[in-house]
Design a protein around this ligand. Structure first.
Ligand code: 2AM
Length: 197
């Protein structure tokens, strides 16, 4: 199955992100390339296609992670580009060392479970759209219009292993298991949902 590790987002934050999804031509005709609100997330690690045995190893390694809860805030919009091509438009994440720390622990766990290392710098973000050839002037206008975007801080209490399947219009993400982060007075974290099939 196709798997990734991510932070799910509270409903009120997803609602705010939804307000960013418009005002930029993203596809041809009726094709809707905006990510649907239920799919918004911050990817910590994309795993790709993983067989059942490796999924179990990854699950066990993730369940062993001990890391504290932290507060996070989304801020600004920007785009990933490759040459002249726009790969994705995203909402940014305010710098938070605890997020980088969690990412590093997830990366170590995944490698310990036997998967190859990621090898790319972690740029936390929430993808809003992967537009098809947007006019650059329109994109620049969109980025300027939303440059002051900022959410209230929200508490990150767990991270999640998701599976991803192709739906008819959008990907369908299913939480396979969530892993709790420890509250300040507690030590340790543990898995909170059913195990990976
Ligand atoms: P992103 O949108 O945060 O960039 C689930 O498919 C998530 O995994 C996607 O939302 C995407 O995260 C990330 N992803 C998908 N394919 C990927 C790939 N080939 N390399 C890296 N990340 C990928």
């Amino acid at each position: 199955m196709r798997l990734f590790v991510a932070l799910a987002l509270p409903e009120e934050i997803r609602w705010q992100l939804r307000l960013l999804c418009g005002g930029l031509p993203t596809g041809n005709g009726s094709v809707n390339r905006w990510v649907p609100p239920e799919n918004f997330h911050i990817t910590l690690r994309f795993l790709g296609e993983v067989d059942g045995r490796d999924a179990h190893y990854v699950d066990a390694a993730l369940a062993g992670i001990r890391a504290p809860r932290f507060s996070l805030r989304l801020k600004g919009v920007d785009a990933f580009t490759s040459g002249q091509r726009v790969k994705a438009v995203y909402a940014g994440v305010e710098k938070q060392p605890a997020l980088q720390h969690l990412h590093d622990k997830v990366e170590s766990a995944v490698v310990r479970a036997g998967l190859p290392p990621e090898g790319q710098k972690f740029t936390p973000h929430v993808t809003l759209t992967r537009p098809k050839d947007p006019p650059i002037a329109k994109l620049q206008q969109y980025l300027v219009e939303h440059s002051l975007f900022k959410t209230a801080p929200f508490e990150v209490t767990h991270f999640t292993l998701f599976s991803s399947e192709m739906g008819s219009e959008h990907s369908v993400y299913t939480a396979q298991r969530s892993y709790a982060l420890s509250a300040p007075q507690q030590s340790g974290a543990g898995a909170t949902e059913s195990s990976v099939a």
